[in-house]
Design a protein around this ligand. Sequence first.
Ligand SMILES: NC(=O)c1ccc[n+]([C@@H]2O[C@H](COP(=O)([O-])OP(=O)(O)OC[C@H]3O[C@@H](n4cnc5c(N)ncnc54)[C@H](OP(=O)(O)O)[C@@H]3O)[C@@H](O)[C@H]2O)c1
Length: 302
Amino acid sequence: MQALPGGDIKATVAIVGCGIVGTAMGKLLGKADYHISGVVTKHLETARRAAEATGAEKFSISPWEVTREAKIVFITTPDDLIESTCMTISEHEGFEKNAVVIHCSGALSSDVLSSARDAEAMVATLHPLQSFASTDQAVSLVPGSFCTIEGDKDALPIVRQIVEDIGGILLEITAEKKTLYHAAAVAASNYLVTLLHLALELDKAAGLTSNTSYEALLPLIKGTLSNIGEKGIPGALTGPIARGDVATVSSHLDAMAKDAPKLLTLYRCLGLYTIDLARAKGTLSKEAADKLRALLNISEEK
Ligand SMILES: NC(=O)c1ccc[n+]([C@@H]2O[C@H](COP(=O)([O-])OP(=O)(O)OC[C@H]3O[C@@H](n4cnc5c(N)ncnc54)[C@H](OP(=O)(O)O)[C@@H]3O)[C@@H](O)[C@H]2O)c1
């Protein structure tokens, strides 16, 4: 572990908010020989259990009681409490000078920790680019997952070291662009679920059960992911839009208008976006693209 500001070699860590991510961070950092000095949650019983799980010396429901002597403070409360929790700690003079205060939200930048900056601490974010349903899952998935960081210049070397120590893969971003980065993660993860739901609903309208539909679609999904890995985007795009098969797309719209009208808007939006990909791939003529745009209800912009 690298030397911290102030010359300390062994970093003491306080964790405020010991749910899935906070407890997992405590366990992973403990394994990497960081000293977990204290843990804090809303309920004392949760804090006691988190202290047992992470080997923390202290547990409390008053954050400033455990953050005061820590060189590194993780604020891993729900997103909408990060800013106010940081402010409360600052108001109680709970940050050491030059401590590094970190939150793990993907949506928020380090700017929500500005009250800690005002208290002469440094601020940063470390977002594990993963979805965790439990602490055990987080402990096993963080190593090998990308961990995205941004923050104060002097805090970054310490946060980079943390990512390395917990086995993450480093990805760096700026605070200004973090919202777009998070929108990308939402598109890749949450909207993938939405997309699959669209497919299952269409199969349901075709008379298939969702179990059968999911089993049947899964090899297609895996094959597509593998094609994307091999050929990239738009190279991996296949299907009626890539081929300029206007009649097939038209028949989809007719069938959906009859049996699944609620799904038409999303199908049309995705189709329009796909026309641009097919044009970029080079397999869709301008003429066929124009016909598809008209069908899907938008005119091509010059
Ligand atoms: N879960 C994921 O998949 C994931 C992935 C990447 C990043 N993250 C980020 O990680 C952070 C934590 O998420 P999580 O999933 O670990 O949430 P979580 O499981 O809901 O845990 C939140 C914890 O915060 C505690 N808490 C609530 N109010 C508090 C307060 N006022 N003071 C101190 N502690 C308080 C809760 O304590 P009690 O248990 O006592 O109520 C709970 O233990 C968030 O910023 C989230 O965006 C989550």
